[in-house]
Design a protein. Structure first.
Length: 132
């Protein structure tokens, strides 16, 4: 199995570089045709969230919809897919920072009860605990 980098997902979602977007589409079609899976790590998900929100100024709901759609693509295998699905569902119901929520749900998926933090805003979410 091969993994993909953030820029592959960003080109696919944003189609902002026509040449690279065509290459990504060809890569995805080839993987689907060959029944190959392309791994999308949690780090790539996190970085893609940041790039879409910070660089491209994409709205939260659109980002969550994009990831929901990506989860449906048969050639993409997401690290901790169930965690990502839960993250998307919960993130749609509140306004906590997407990166913080992904950190929390990733930790929960690994068996952590809470994430220790100095971030006062994040600490209001049940999966975070403020260090005093």
């Amino acid at each position: 199995m091969k993994a993909i980098d953030t820029n592959i997902l960003v080109r696919f979602l944003m189609n902002d570089d026509e040449n690279q977007a065509k290459k990504v589409l060809a890569l995805f079609k080839r993987a689907e045709r060959n029944k190959d899976e392309l791994l999308v790590s949690m780090l790539v998900v996190l970085e893609t969230l940041w790039v879409l929100a910070s660089v491209y100024k994409i709205k939260r709901a659109e980002i969550l919809k994009a990831f929901s759609d990506l989860l449906l693509l048969p050639m993409l295998k997401f690290e901790s897919q169930a965690v990502l699905q839960e993250f998307i569902r919960i993130a749609a119901e509140n306004q906590y920072d997407l990166s913080d929520l992904l950190i929390a749900y990733s930790a929960k998926g690994q068996g952590a009860e809470t994430v220790m933090t100095f971030d006062k805003k994040a600490s209001h979410f049940a999966l975070f605990e403020l260090v005093r």
